[in-house]
Design a protein around this ligand. Structure first.
Ligand SMILES: Cc1cc2nc3c(=O)[nH]c(=O)nc-3n(C[C@H](O)[C@H](O)[C@H](O)COP(=O)(O)O)c2cc1C
Length: 167
């Protein structure tokens, strides 16, 4: 085997999952950011975790108010995955700039993108420092899905967003 670095490994493991992390800004509106590094942790109780760079605005918001909805984008909104992953909500209102249509979910005041395949409403339990990221460990409160929407993944590392098809 050939010695490689960890970023290169993420190409080998692709398609990788992608989520849009929805957090609440101080004015009540939603910030959206793309996150590939998320994982289920436990079904009893229901728990999920995701890692975000220490500098992310989303991280600052969830550390402040403990609320986050992790949504899974569908191929109807695959263009927003890259856009939300290349701009920070600290200086960009991504929803208005990219004209992203939003919807309510029944039990959260955080709005989520229209055409999400799933929305996992969470409360932050704790976060731990993991190198240049923080790992956010969350209790899952509610889970919603729309089975008409097909989830997308990131291909060739993080360069292409598309649904997964059986070979
Ligand atoms: C496909 C894709 C996957 C990404 N995955 C992650 C991730 O898992 N963790 C992370 O910190 N940033 C990830 N990013 C980058 C963030 O989305 C990006 O830094 C974003 O600007 C953060 O926005 P915020 O400052 O509004 O939170 C990803 C970007 C793309 C395009």
């Amino acid at each position: 085997m050939e010695k490689i670095n960890l970023p290169k490994a993420s190409k080998i493991t692709s398609p990788n999952p992608v989520a849009i992390v929805c957090t609440q800004k101080p004015d009540g509106s939603t910030n959206l950011a793309t996150v590939s590094w998320y994982t289920y942790l436990s079904y009893n109780p229901n728990m999920i975790a995701y890692a975000m760079a220490k500098s992310s605005y989303s991280g600052e918001l969830v550390r402040e108010n403990k609320k986050v909805v992790i949504t899974i984008p569908s191929d109807n909104i695959k263009e927003i995955v890259m856009k939300c992953g290349m701009h920070s909500g600290r200086d960009t209102n991504k929803i208005s700039k990219f004209e992203i249509e939003m919807q309510d979910i029944p039990t959260s005041n955080i709005k989520v993108p229209l055409h999400s395949a799933a929305a996992i409403q969470c409360k932050l339990k704790e976060y731990i420092e993991t190198g240049d990221h923080y790992l956010y460990i969350c209790d899952v409160e509610e889970v919603y899905a729309d089975d008409k929407e097909r989830a997308v993944f990131s291909w060739e590392g993080y360069s292409k967003i598309a649904s997964a098809k059986e070979a």
